[in-house]
Write a new protein. Structure first.
Length: 717
């Protein structure tokens, strides 16, 4: 079912659900005015991809106006640094006609918030934003009706500002939202759809706003899962195998069982030691003597690509048009390249952490998770509890990037709380984080392409293995093209990856954009055409043309055939509905192979920008994180053993890596807002690869482009 009001949103099979009835919710939420909505418009279908249950027929989204005039917004989305705690409040405040500061956000509490599949895919603004705005507009209408009755004045003769309703003819006659809500619990059904505001009416949206959580975080007042302290709580340390695929053969617990105040738990192969102090639990774990089998899969980070190609699934078409053979006939030059991308860790600042408490047949879990509602179901299954007896509360999350969609630590904490009868905290060490994390999958992209004498792409034969299709579909004007994806990018066939893989910021699109934009530059160089001019010559997409030109203007790009020796690069991409072009200037030290990125300009068209300051921060964060996968990050492993277990060997970006960053946010107020948390990262591999080629004439085909690979490339050249 397509939605005409929000172009680009497909509401087919997308459902939300509230896992409690109305009476239970009202009991939990306290006094105030509750606005109830009917099903049958976009509000009823607020999520995509993993929706599962239909909404109750009496409402599909809600908010609360409290007795003190504060407005509480309930959302299943969580705050892990991407900024919805601010932007969602801006949306609701604008539609309600209240100050942004008067909106309090309740996020990721499964007993208070509407069901949500999780916070990922840059979907918060795109998919939760429209129904939230509709909720605010509808709430405003209900409050106006109540004010009309209170002031005995028709709605058309009333005006609202900052939660105060007054007569247009006499501003002294007024009533506040707080007065209307005081001591009442009013349920009012709205059967007609209320229009949301137009851009010309915005007072809060589209204005740059400092993040509302910034003060808490910079002063250390912000609470994360690891800050939860409960009476009698135990800290758990869990026995792990030395390598993925290893099975427990034998264990000796005799020494640790003699230790004072240490509790030992064994449930099959699940073995943990617990103590009221975490360092004592760590000492106890070191006393456990265990023997594990060797994993069967004998691969490492160098042989993995051959192994993956041998075990790859059959391909599925992503997009096709024309005829490849016909395109080959028209090509003056053809190109055949293979691009490689290794495993990458999420490496969040905050490791996976959870605190679980069980009281009778009910469990409460405080957790660092991107998916509180799916996690609730996981915990319920592990405990044998009905889902309604499990509550997940999500404090601030210290980074996720897709990795905290996996909730293993929550299940571990809940199991141990049940087995010990006490509250338990499970906080992974950095080594455990690297071991238990689901990595971005290693992937291969094979591209055959051709270019005519006129500098136009004649054909494009693209096959991606394991990264998935996201970002693989070409947006260039290519008359004959075929794009095939082998695997979805969410794991792989049994026996392919030696450990768990999963989503990593803009899943798959980093790999696909690196390959595509590198290949575009390969063709431009052969054709003797400036890389920007070559892209413009092969583009018809007006939005991409606008973004590319905006970046070139900001960068001060002047045409030159690559390699020019300047160290300039360009890359374009689309992710989460957002168009992005990045340009970079690099300096390469040939003797050491060190690449210094000196300057990055990123232009982005994300439609309506709710908080331009937040959008800029997200772009800067993507650029910084993207330097990591482009220049340093990759997991070294051998036969299931992870060789990188901390930041001494796993190379995250340092301050010394950072270039001058300039951003251009093309704010199209008349377009639907698109995702902003991921798009700017997808171009970083491609833009740096292209800039390196322009600087030294060496084409690097594998990420990361670390000093060793740069020197190898120079030696081959």
């Amino acid at each position: 079912m397509k939605n005409n009001e929000y172009p680009g949103l497909d509401f087919t099979d997308i459902k939300q659900a509230f896992p409690m009835d109305r009476r239970e919710f009202l009991k939990l939420a306290g006094k105030g005015i509750f606005i109830l909505f009917t099903v049958g418009d976009p509000l009823a279908l607020a999520e995509t991809g993993r929706g599962r249950q239909a909404l109750p027929t009496d409402f599909n989204a809600f908010l609360r106006v409290g007795e003190d005039g504060k407005v509480t917004c309930f959302t299943g989305k969580i705050e892990m640094g991407q900024g919805p705690i601010t932007s969602l409040a801006q949306m609701l405040a604008d539609e309600l006609d209240v100050a942004r500061e008067s909106v309090d956000m309740t996020m990721g509490d499964t007993d208070l918030c509407p069901w949500d599949m999780g916070t990922f895919g840059s979907m918060t603004t795109r998919f939760f934003g429209p129904p939230l705005r509709q909720a605010g507009a509808t709430a405003r209408r209900v409050l106006l009706e109540l004010a009309s009755e209170h002031l005995k004045t028709p709605i058309g003769e009333l005006t609202v500002e900052n939660g105060v309703v007054s007569k247009k003819s006499n501003g002294a006659e007024r009533v506040t939202y707080a007065q209307l809500a005081k001591g009442k619990r009013i349920e009012r059904r709205v059967t007609e759809k209320v229009p949301v505001k137009t851009p010309s009416e915005f007072k809060v949206m589209g204005k740059p706003v400092t993040r509302t959580d910034s003060l808490e975080k910079v002063t250390g007042k912000a609470k994360y899962a690891g800050d939860i302290q409960l009476p009698g709580m135990l800290y758990a340390k869990i026995l792990r195998p030395p390598a993925h695929g290893g099975k427990l053969l034998d264990v000796d617990l005799s020494e640790v069982e003699k230790m004072k105040d240490v509790q030992v738990v064994r449930d099959g192969d699940f073995i943990a030691v617990l103590h009221k102090y975490p360092d004592e639990a760590e000492k106890a774990l070191s006393k456990v003597k265990a023997k594990f089998s060797q994993p069967e899969l004998d691969v490492d980070d160098k042989t993995i690509f051959d192994h993956l190609l041998k075990t790859a699934a059959e391909g599925s078409p992503v997009s096709q048009n024309g005829n490849i053979q016909e395109g080959e006939k028209r090509a003056a030059a053809t190109f055949d390249e293979t691009y490689l991308d290794g495993y990458v860790a999420h490496a969040p600042m905050e490791p996976h952490t959870a605190v679980a408490r069980i009281e009778g047949n009910k469990a409460t879990v405080w957790a660092s998770t991107q998916t509180p509602f799916p996690a609730k179901d996981e915990v319920a299954r592990a405990l044998g509890f009905p889902p309604e007896n499990v509550r997940v509360i999500t404090p601030f999350v210290g980074g996720g990037f897709g990795g905290k969609s996996n909730n293993m630590q929550m299940v571990e904490a809940a199991r141990l709380a049940k087995l010990t009868g006490k509250p338990v905290q499970v906080a992974w060490s950095r080594k455990e984080e690297f071991f238990n994390d689901t990595f971005r999958p290693a992937a291969i992209v094979k591209i055959r392409s051709g270019v005519t004498d006129e500098g136009r792409i004649s054909f494009w034969d693209y096959r991606v293995y394991y990264a998935g299709s996201r970002g693989s579909e070409p947006f260039y004007d290519i008359p004959h093209q075929s794009t095939i994806a082998h695997g979805s990018g969410w794991g792989g066939r049994p026996g392919s990856h030696p450990f768990g893989t999963g989503p990593w910021r803009a899943p798959g699109n980093n790999t696909n954009t690196f390959a595509r934009e590198s290949q575009i530059d390969v063709m431009a160089a052969k054709a003797g055409i400036d890389p920007v001019e070559f892209r413009l010559k092969n583009l018809q997409d007006k939005k991409m043309i606008r973004v590319l030109k905006a970046a070139a203007e900001k960068f001060g790009w002047t045409a030159a055939k690559a390699p020019s020796g300047r160290g300039y690069g360009v890359a374009c991409g689309i992710d989460s509905g957002t168009y992005v072009t990045t340009m970079a200037e690099v300096e390469v030290e040939k003797k050491s192979g060190h690449v210094q990125v000196k300057r990055v300009v990123c232009a982005q068209d994300m439609g309506l920008s709710i908080n331009p300051q937040g959008a800029t921060i997200q772009i800067e964060g993507c650029i910084t994180m993207g330097l990591g996968y482009a220049l340093g990050e990759h997991i070294r492993f051998k036969r299931g053993e992870i060789l990188d277990v901390n930041f001494d060997t796993y190379k995250l970006p340092r301050f010394s890596w950072l270039p001058k960053i300039e951003t251009v946010v093309i704010d199209d107020k008349n377009a639907s807002p698109q995702g902003g948390g991921e798009p700017a990262i997808i171009t970083m591999g491609g833009v740096i690869a292209n800039a390196i080629y322009d600087a030294i004439g060496v084409r690097l085909l594998q990420l990361p482009m670390n000093p060793e690979r740069v020197k190898e490339g120079l030696a081959k050249a």
